[in-house]
Ligand binder design. Sequence first.
Ligand SMILES: [Zn+2]
Length: 297
Amino acid sequence: MTSALDSIRAGEEQNIVLITLDCCRFDTAARARTPVLDCLGTLRQAWAPATFTLPSHMAMFSGYLPNVTDLPLQDYYSRERFQLWRLSRAKNKPRDSFGLMLQGDTILEGFRRRGYRTVGSGGVRWFLTKTLTHEFDRFMFWGPKDYLNWFQSRTQEDFALEHVDEIVAQVEAASSWFLFVNSIETHAPYNNGVDDIDERLTNIIGRGKPIFAGRRDFELEVDLSPADFKYMHRAQIRALEVADARLGRLFERLPKPFVAIVTGDHGECFGELGRWGHGFPADPVLKVPLVVGSVDS
Ligand SMILES: [Zn+2]
C-alpha cells in the first residue's frame, strides 16, 4: 500500500500535521528516548531557517521547512533536491523536485485554496500576536499567561499537546486538514507538567536569567558552571521525552492517514560560546531535528 508520505511526494493531497518543538536542538532529539518519533521516521539534522520563533515560523509558513543538507539528501526536505510542498510564486523548479504546489503567499493560504481546513495551536507568546495566527481558520492558544516572568513553571494546561480532544474536534469533520502545533515542553524553563518541580533546575535558571536569550554582557557576573548547563540540557531532553508521549496520544486520535512533520523552530545554547538560549547565530541554535513520516493506520 502506498503510504501517505509517498502519495504527497507524488503530488497527491494528504492531511498534514506540522509540529514545532520550541527550542529543541538536534542533539536533544538524538539523546532522548522517543519511541513515537522513532516509529514515525528517521531523525535527521536540519538547519533552522532562523534563530528565534517569529522569523522561523514565518519562513515555515512561507514554504521553508528546516533544511537537510547532510548526505543522503532527503526526498521530503532538502531544498536542492526535493520539497514536500512549495509556493507557486517561488522560483521555477522542475516538477519532480516537489510534491504539492500551493497557490498563494503562504502555505496556509495555499492549503485553504485547496480546500483544507487549517488549524493551529500553541505555544510561546509569539502566538498571541496575529502575525503568526491570522491566516488559520482556527488558532487556539495554550501557554503560560504571565509573560512578565518568562521562567514561570508551566502546568499541564499550558501545553497544547495536553489538549488533544479540543485539537481533534477541530479537524475530524474536515475532509482535508492542515494542523500546526507549537509545542513548548522543550522551551525554558523546561518543566513538563508531569514531573515534580525541580528545585535545582529552578535555582540554575534563577542564576542564569540575566544572560537568557543569548545576552552577553562581560560585566555581568553570572554564576553558571558547566554542570549547570548540562543539567539544563538534561531537563530539555526529559521535556522532549514527555512531549513524545503526548505526540503519541495525538497521533492515535487524529483521523488517518496523515503525514507528520516534527521539527524544531530553532535550538538553544547551553553554555556554548558562554551563552544560554537562542536568538543569535550559533550551531546549537541552528541545528534542529527533523522527522517526517506518515501515520497510515
Ligand atoms: Zn521558538
